[in-house]
Ligand binder design. Structure first.
Ligand code: SAH
Length: 214
């Protein structure tokens, strides 16, 4: 059995610190999370390398650098209520749940949502609500949100998500334009939207009403 603690430390050195992320809270969260339990068993040992790995249903777990970068951009604190679109493996959900007060996470593929829920319950998380459905329309029931993170790539900013973002809130979302993907950080201030690109990206497609057609 490999020593996962050592693999985590190596991952943090080579994929996080070496690439310029030094957000202490995010690094602490990464340190506390066994990434290998979120991938299929055959890929466990590769889970700390810099590779996108399959999680079933043609979806992939986000790379750890990208997950850390997006989390850091969200500027979370212990009071944040966060909406996540694209539960996938649940790894990003776990990072958010370590740093925020409450996470609402939407996944369109039922099996993936149930799988993530099982893993996160086993890790003893109690501040996550799992929702199965189309995240491009958000979830008005628990809105507004201090923070929103989308972990699949959209052709445009979904209007429902902008509406459900609290005044003063931050959203991080990958958008595709002319087949190039970039991660945008969006801030809502005095009812106005400010947006800027923080990095290029390589996500699976966001499929739904305000995403790519299904
Ligand atoms: N953060 C996840 C990334 C998973 S990939 C992880 O680290 O594992 C993106 C996920 O978004 C996939 O599971 C896909 O099924 C889901 N997805 C795509 N479109 C969606 C939508 N409209 N609503 C909710 N989830 C969606």
């Amino acid at each position: 059995m490999p020593n996962f603690k050592n693999l985590i430390e190596k991952m943090i050195r080579s994929q996080i610190l070496a690439k310029g992320i030094n957000d202490k809270n995010v690094i602490e969260a990464l340190r506390s999370l066994p990434r290998h339990v979120f991938v299929e068993e055959a890929f466990m040992e590769l889970s700390y390398s810099d590779l996108p790995l399959p999680i079933g249903h043609k979806q992939t777990i986000s790379g750890v650098y990208t997950a850390a970068l997006m989390t850091s951009a969200l500027e979370l604190d212990k009071n944040s209520r966060v909406l996540e679109i694209g539960t996938g493996s649940g790894y990003q959900t776990a990072i958010l749940a370590k740093l925020a007060s409450k996470v609402f996470t939407i996944e369109r593929i039922r099996d993936l949502s149930l799988r993530a829920r099982k893993i996160l319950e086993r890790l003893d998380f109690r501040n996550i609500t799992f929702i199965i459905g189309d995240g491009t329309i958000g979830c008005s029931e628990f809105a507004p949100y201090d923070r929103i993170i989308v972990t699949a790539c959209s052709p445009a900013m979904p209007p429902a998500l902008l509406n459900q973002l609290k005044e003063g809130g931050i959203m991080v979302i990958p958008l595709e334009n002319n087949s190039a993907q970039n991660i945008f950080i969006v801030r809502k201030k005095n009812g106005k939207i400010n947006q800027k690109i923080i990095a290029p990206a390589n996500f699976v497609k966001l499929i739904g009403k305000s995403g790519f057609g299904s």
